[in-house]
Design a protein around this ligand. Structure first.
Ligand SMILES: Cc1cc2nc3c(=O)[nH]c(=O)nc-3n(C[C@H](O)[C@H](O)[C@H](O)COP(=O)(O)O)c2cc1C
Length: 259
């Protein structure tokens, strides 16, 4: 039976040292670097490749998006990519194959879930390719809240849904590796094991402790609360959250993500 290597080299080392970077050094990435990263993304397993990525380069476009988000990373990241689910192009592809096809009318739960999944694989491949050439990254979820505005600013037609920004560049900070759930909550053998409340409590406590030691929330969000409190606030269901969820659901549905 093959055993676990004692030392992590190559791709393994790269995967295990990756962490989100939110401060970048200045760089002027060439077109060929951008193409390499996106081609690496495309080598991920895929179904219909229902994703499109838009590199946001013109300073006036960056500025418009900055004004909406007030997120410095938007201005600062040498590479700013908008990852979109593009079932519009997939529909055009299917039109060439069959007059009546799965995307002729909604709902399209299988295509939608597969498109989101393959976009995630694309993103991680691209991110790891970045790591291999000294480019770190962070994903930002602003587009989930600004879909309509981004469609206007970047001339994105209906049927193409902005999902996430992927921001990349040489790292301008060296944060520690961030906590993850313990392996025994994630890896199960032969059947499902319900997590115990105490295990989840312990995870929340340990994650809070580790992130406090990094000064994570103070550094990136400018607040002094614990990670637990921050998470509680983030997931709290209030009226504002309900409106946002309803608007996002409607936007995604109108743009082809119909589950
Ligand atoms: C779908 C998704 C959305 C994310 N959105 C944001 C975001 O809006 N802002 C941010 O600072 N980080 C965001 N992140 C990065 C996570 O905060 C980060 O990956 C997580 O805290 C683990 O840290 P690590 O990547 O350093 O291991 C996002 C990550 C994912 C996968």
């Amino acid at each position: 039976m093959a055993t676990r290597p004692k030392k992590k080299h190559g791709v393994l080392a790269l995967i295990f040292r990756r962490r989100s970077i939110r401060v970048f050094r200045d760089a002027k990435p060439s077109r060929s670097i951008l193409e390499l990263l996106v081609e690496a993304g495309q080598r991920a397993p895929c179904v219909y490749q229902s994703y499109t990525v838009i590199s946001i380069e013109r300073p006036e476009l960056r500025e418009k998006i900055y004004e909406l988000t007030e997120d410095n990373i938007i201005r600062q990241a040498p590479i700013l990519l908008l990852l979109c689910i593009d079932l519009r192009r997939t529909r055009m592809l299917f039109d060439l194959l069959e007059p009546e096809h799965t995307l002729s009318k909604p709902p399209n739960p299988i295509e939608t879930v597969e498109a989101i999944f393959e976009a995630g694989l694309f993103a991680e491949n691209l991110i790891l390719a970045g790591e291999a050439i000294g480019y770190s990254s962070v994903i930002l979820d602003w587009p989930l809240r600004l879909g309509l505005e981004l469609q206007k600013i970047l001339n994105i037609p209906g049927g193409v849904a902005p999902l996430f920004f992927i921001c990349m560049g040489p790292p301008g900070e060296i944060p520690p590796i961030r906590p993850r759930m313990p392996l025994d909550l994630v890896l199960m053998s032969d059947s499902y094991r319900e997590p115990k409340r105490e295990q989840l409590q312990k995870y929340l406590d340990e994650a809070s402790e580790k992130l406090a030691a990094e000064g994570y929330l103070l550094k990136y969000v400018g607040i002094r609360s614990t990670y637990r409190q921050y998470l509680a606030e983030k997931v709290r269901r209030d009226r504002e959250m309900e409106v946002l969820e309803a608007e996002t659901s409607e936007f995604l549905r109108r743009n082809g993500l119909t589950i």
